[in-house]
Design a protein around this ligand. Structure first.
Ligand code: AHR
Length: 503
């Protein structure tokens, strides 16, 4: 059996892994909100105020730190005032981006805030720049967060909510280079400054304002934003206008026209997908290096508020609903991203998987008869949740296995680790689709007094869960053996594992 050695510097504290790197995204898209999170109060499916309770229960196990809403592209055509007040009086609209379906606005501001409260997640509201106004966005902040008496507060109270909510995160539009307005970078950079100016902190609610950023490695976009709030070497504090810049990175292994199937794929597709997922590290490095030049004190955060796999929709489903299955391969895409996030936690402060339920790389797939499936990706989020707010520690794959992809050696072993409260959590992925791997964990700077392991794997990388077979891919215990230098585990092919240590 091939061997790998992973050295972990347990006594060399790195950056804190913000829990917000484990954030989520819920858009008015397909069956994410309607049929996913929200079924309405009259549904036979158990719900509270229309919110599905089985979905809430499953997601509570993930300790979701924040939830981004209402889009995505939808955010830039959403008018929040249409989504408050008695449901019967709420006007409808057409969701032009996603399926051209009618949106009845029954899930609006109050329902979203109730969902966040049920999940224990911090709200991340994304405002409308593309087709909205500065006033509309400014009033939304007032409606949500202002105390005392004001025009928006009176409306909120009339709609049944006396106390202001806390809203820590605010997005200034979405993908302004595309569905958010097809703007030039410089034009959006000015708009972001203008909108941010009127996104006020009311009382003790402090907004963390996030400008809509680049696609993938479009550094020109990021630089235009940086230039508009800072200047090379001038010492101006860049974080007075907004506090973070986002970017989006999807794992699309094929082309946008032919993205491939979530469950029917070749080994070649498998390697290409995981290689594309690994490339997130190059993209984060590039954005970070640019930000370091303009913001050497790292006051501005980098936020990856959309990431995940994007496959062809499942046969027979609405192409505008982005409904896809989720296999063991998707779980490995997630684990690879998290290893990278942990390494770059100093600049990368937040990330949001797209999307939580029934859309793209979802945690949960639901049906209208009350069926609910936890996907392989769900299990990675659950197994990794101990990294939230822990201290990242240097983790080196000293000996590993590789695969020759287009003449380049692709790493087949990935790892990261963190420490918190006298415990360590190690995450390990064996990407080899055929060979098991014996891994020595070379523990440096501390020893383990007690250890336990968990393993996620499946009969094949294409395996996925269904209502009929919900645990085809589900975590099982993993044996952890002592070794002179630390510990040893055996990872089956295409597997993800976590090892918990008491130090
Ligand atoms: O997540 C689906 C869509 O992908 C979002 O609405 C948009 O921001 C991105 O292009």
């Amino acid at each position: 059996m091939p061997e790998a050695r992973v050295a972990i510097d347990l006594d060399v504290p790195g950056p804190t892994i913000s829990r917000h790197l484990y954030g989520h995204f819920a858009e008015h898209l397909g069956r994410c909100i309607y049929g996913g999170f929200y079924v309405g109060e009259d549904s036979p499916i158990p719900n509270e105020g229309g919110i599905r309770l089985d979905v809430v229960e499953a997601l509570r196990a993930l300790d979701i730190p924040n939830l981004r809403w209402p889009g995505g592209c939808f955010a830039d055509e959403y008018h929040w005032k249409d989504g408050i007040g008695p449901k019967a009086d709420r006007p409808s609209m057409v969701n032009t981006h996603w399926g051209n379906v009618e949106e009845n606005n029954h899930f609006g501001t109050h329902e979203f805030m109730a969902l966040c409260e049920l999940l224990g997640a911090a709200p991340y509201v994304n405002g409308n720049v593309g087709s909205g106004t500065v006033r509309e966005m400014s009033e939304w902040v007032e409606y949500l967060t202002r105390d005392g008496d004001s025009p928006m507060v009176r409306q909120r109270k009339a709609n049944g909510r006396d106390e202001p909510w806390k809203v820590p995160f605010w997005g200034i539009g979405n993908e302004a280079w595309g569905c958010g307005g097809n703007l030039r970078a410089e034009a959006y950079a000015d708009l972001a400054r203008q909108y941010a100016t009127f996104l006020k902190d009311h009382g003790d609610n402090k907004l963390y304002r996030i400008a809509a950023g680049a696609s993938d490695d479009d550094l020109n976009w990021t630089e235009a934003l940086l230039k508009s709030i800072s200047c090379l070497g001038c010492g101006r504090d860049p974080k007075n206008i907004y506090q973070a810049i986002s970017f989006h990175y999807y794992t699309v292994a094929g082309t946008w026209e032919n993205k491939g199937s979530a469950t029917e794929f070749s080994l070649e597709d498998y390697y290409r997908t995981l290689s594309k997922a690994q490339d997130i590290e190059r993209v984060i490095r590039a954005h970070s290096a640019l930000m370091d030049a303009y913001d050497p004190e790292r006051k501005i955060g980098l936020v990856l508020d959309e990431w995940g796999t994007w496959w062809d929709v499942e046969p027979g489903t609405n192409p505008g609903f982005l409904y896809q299955q989720n296999a063991m391969r998707d779980a490995l895409v997630a684990s690879l991203h998290f290893d990278v996030f942990h390494r770059h936690a100093e600049r990368l402060v937040m990330a949001n998987i797209a999307q939580t339920v029934n859309v793209l790389q979802a945690m949960l797939l639901t049906d209208d008869d009350g069926g609910l499936v936890r996907t392989p990706t769900y299990h990675v989020f659950e197994m990794n949740k101990g990294h939230q707010d822990a201290t990242s520690v240097p983790t080196h794959v000293i000996e590993g296995t590789t695969y020759d992809l287009d003449g380049k050696a692709m790493d087949l072993v990935s790892a990261s680790a963190s420490v918190k409260d006298g415990r360590a959590l190690v995450s390990l992925s064996n990407l080899d689709p055929d060979a098991a791997l014996s891994v020595v964990l070379d523990l440096r700077g501390a020893s383990s007094r007690e250890s336990s392991g968990r393993l996620l794997t499946a009969s094949k990388p294409q395996a996925y869960n269904t209502v009929a077979d919900p645990d085809a891919v589900a975590p099982v215990p993993l044996e952890v053996e002592p070794e002179p230098r630390g510990l040893r585990v055996t990872l089956p092919p295409h597997s993800f594992a976590t090892v918990s240590l008491v130090l």
